[in-house]
Ligand binder design. Structure first.
Ligand SMILES: Cc1cc2nc3c(=O)[nH]c(=O)nc-3n(C[C@H](O)[C@H](O)[C@H](O)COP(=O)(O)OP(=O)(O)OC[C@H]3O[C@@H](n4cnc5c(N)ncnc54)[C@H](O)[C@@H]3O)c2cc1C
Length: 357
């Protein structure tokens, strides 16, 4: 066949959204502008996340995006959760992380691993009122997550947990914790088990909140387990299979972190472009200088590449395709883009870039 007779199909850009997705994204964007932006500076300074904002996240359905409608959730796709995280992070990275942990880690773990009784007990709460946290890291186990020391011992019908968790996002706000402990340290990673721990559980306390350099309004806390008793029925998945739950939920979590970073980069880029058009030096806006245009072109290109990677990984996940490599690459690349774009944005702001305003 002569090449000119071949049907040429216009490729569909990976970043193209359906009408429903555009509507959803625009609603979150508007909400972030109207309700979140006015609070960002104060929340960051105080290091406290506004409680009413979380209530509004629930009202808008942002805390249970993928939870099926029969449990009171939105019945949406993972991709929508990613759009929400990106749009919130564009305005406030702390807001982005609250919604990200809820959807891509906690709800995701419940949707995949909870039995029917646990689904009925927790999913309606997660969709309407209860903030969640995901507790894996400890002081001695970060990258080497499976070296965790928190211990769970079966006594009668309950597990009794002892140990400490560190760095737990949403620690202050959460009512439900997906928490990992070992039932048998000698078994190595095969002893790790996931537990569903409610805040009011006897022997469970939320400890010190970290004083962080960024995303200051998002709480990152220590958790203390002192003879914390949870019924056997609160084991998530199988005993000794917590490592699998941890690994697999973190895969999806990586796409969520990619979306956070993409949103952060976009937010900084928009501010920098606006400032470059307003700020005049040498008799004209600095945006007219090619040196600034090169920087903006670089930022724009990197953001586009980051978005392609995040959307691709999320679409693959929704399509039931293997996505682990794409998720890891999206997290890595988007983190680097966020770092570069925010640094360039600070540079474009000149001296003002070095002030908190
Ligand atoms: C803001 C924030 C929120 C968080 N939220 C949560 C949460 O909700 N739940 C949770 O469970 N955890 C959370 N964490 C913890 C996070 O998962 C850990 O910080 C992360 O796993 C890294 O562990 P670490 O801090 O102990 O660093 P380490 O593991 O001690 O690493 C220190 C340095 O050594 C490097 N390194 C480690 N191992 C190797 C190696 N083999 N080869 C080369 N270099 C290596 C690392 O890259 C790093 O640069 C959060 C952390 C932060 C900062």
């Amino acid at each position: 066949m002569h090449p000119t007779t071949l049907e040429v199909r216009a490729p569909v850009p990976l970043t193209r959204l359906s009408e429903d997705e555009i509507l959803f994204r625009d609603n979150v964007r508007q909400f972030a502008e109207d309700q979140v932006r006015p609070l960002v500076k104060e929340m960051d300074e105080k290091g406290v996340f506004e409680k009413d904002l979380i209530r509004q996240f629930f009202r808008l359905g942002l805390m249970g995006i993928e939870i099926p409608e029969q449990y009171g959730g939105g019945g949406g796709k993972f991709f929508e959760a990613i759009l929400a995280v990106e749009e919130l992070s564009r305005v406030d990275a702390s807001a982005g992380v609250v919604v990200d942990v809820q959807n891509t880690l906690v709800n995701n773990a419940l949707l995949r691993w909870a039995n029917e009784e646990q689904r009925k007990r927790y999913l309606p709460r997660m969709a309407t009122e209860t903030c969640g946290a995901y507790a894996l890291s400890e002081a001695g186990s970060g990258s080497d997550a499976f070296a965790l020391q928190s211990r769970a011992v079966l006594k009668g019908g309950d597990y009794v947990l002892n140990g400490r968790k560190l760095w737990i996002t949403n620690g202050k706000e959460a009512g439900l914790f997906v928490l990992f402990a070992t039932v048998d340290p000698a078994a190595g990673y095969k002893g790790i088990t996931a537990f569903l721990i409610e805040k009011q559980c006897p022997g469970f306390t939320v400890g010190k909140k970290e004083d962080k350099l960024g995303i200051r309004a998002s709480s990152t806390c220590e958790l203390i387990l002192e003879d914390c008793r949870v019924p056997k029925s609160n084991v998530l998945g199988e005993v000794g299979k917590g490592y699998k739950i941890a690994i697999e939920t973190l895969n999806e979590g990586r796409i969520g972190i990619g979306a956070q970073m993409l949103g952060v980069a976009r937010g900084a880029w928009e501010c920098a472009v606006r400032y470059a058009q307003e700020r005049k030096q040498f008799g004209k806006p600095i945006a007219d200088f090619q040196g600034i245009q090169f920087q903006i072109a670089q930022m724009t290109t990197e953001i586009e590449a980051a978005r392609l990677m995040v959307y691709n990984a999320a679409r693959m996940k929704d399509a039931g395709m293997p996505f682990v490599k794409e998720a890891a690459m999206a997290k890595l690349f988007c983190s680097q883009v966020a770092e570069r774009v925010t640094s360039l944005a600070i540079e474009i702001y000149g001296g003002s870039g070095f002030t908190k305003d």
